[in-house]
Design a protein around this ligand. Structure first.
Ligand SMILES: N[C@@H](CCC(=O)N[C@@H](CS)C(=O)NCC(=O)O)C(=O)O
Length: 203
């Protein structure tokens, strides 16, 4: 989002757990990324970081200030953590661990449940959220940025048939028109290829 909006920032690539130093733990005691440092102000939680940047820079298109439009964005951002976000800990991570021969019994079970896990979120996205963007807006908001990061990796790994969900599939196509999409996706493609989770590298 910062790239799309053209703000100056420095990306410090941090790979937990190996890059989690005592200095990093001072910024985020959870030892997780992302973390934002803005002068002497530090915060973590990806969705909260996006809304902070939008408020700070007055990006009303991605984080509307009108009461009900903002409430719809917030509704998604809270729902995200217990639904769409599970694509990482319950699908991507178990697949990586399985590939490395290090999956726990619980992760092996998650691999078996991949389709059910994803369907639980996509069903609700299809019925409620995508109208035509995630928070029922006419252009991408922080809700779309949060959600697409999860769905994009599932699409690249080809672990779910999104075509059964026309609104969601069309939304995913529209998100590919967001500026810098291909450049940003290239990094994800590369990572998933390295993990042997990219059956057919896509643009
Ligand atoms: N609720 C946090 C979750 C942060 C999180 O789980 N980050 C992952 C990367 S997407 C991480 O740092 N994983 C490293 C690890 O689990 O060791 C957020 O939305 O920012």
């Amino acid at each position: 989002m910062a790239t799309v909006k053209g703000v100056d920032y420095e990306l410090v690539v941090t790979r937990p757990p190996k890059d989690v130093t005592p200095a990093f733990l001072k910024m985020n005691p959870n030892g997780l990324v992302p973390v934002l440092q803005d002068g002497d102000f530090i915060m973590f939680e990806g969705n909260a970081i996006m809304t902070y940047l939008a408020d700070k820079n007055g990006w009303k298109d991605v984080y509307p200030t009108e009461l009900k439009a903002r409430a719809k964005v917030n509704e998604y951002l809270h729902w995200h953590h217990t639904h769409a976000r599970l694509g990482t800990p319950q699908v991507l991570v178990p697949l990586i661990m399985e590939g490395a021969g290090k999956a726990s019994p619980a992760q092996l079970e998650m691999v078996q449940n991949t389709e059910v896990t994803i369907a639980k979120s996509v069903d609700i996205m299809e019925k409620l959220f995508v109208k035509p963007y995630i928070a029922q807006s006419t252009q991408p908001t922080v809700a779309d940025y949060a959600c697409y990061c999860e769905m994009d990796q599932l699409e690249i790994m080809d672990v779910f048939d999104f075509t059964k969900y026309p609104k969601t599939s069309n939304w995913m196509k529209r998100m590919k028109d967001v500026p810098f999409h291909d450049e940003i996706r290239a990094t994800l493609n590369e990572f998933l290829t390295k993990m042997n989770l990219n059956p057919a590298p896509k643009k």
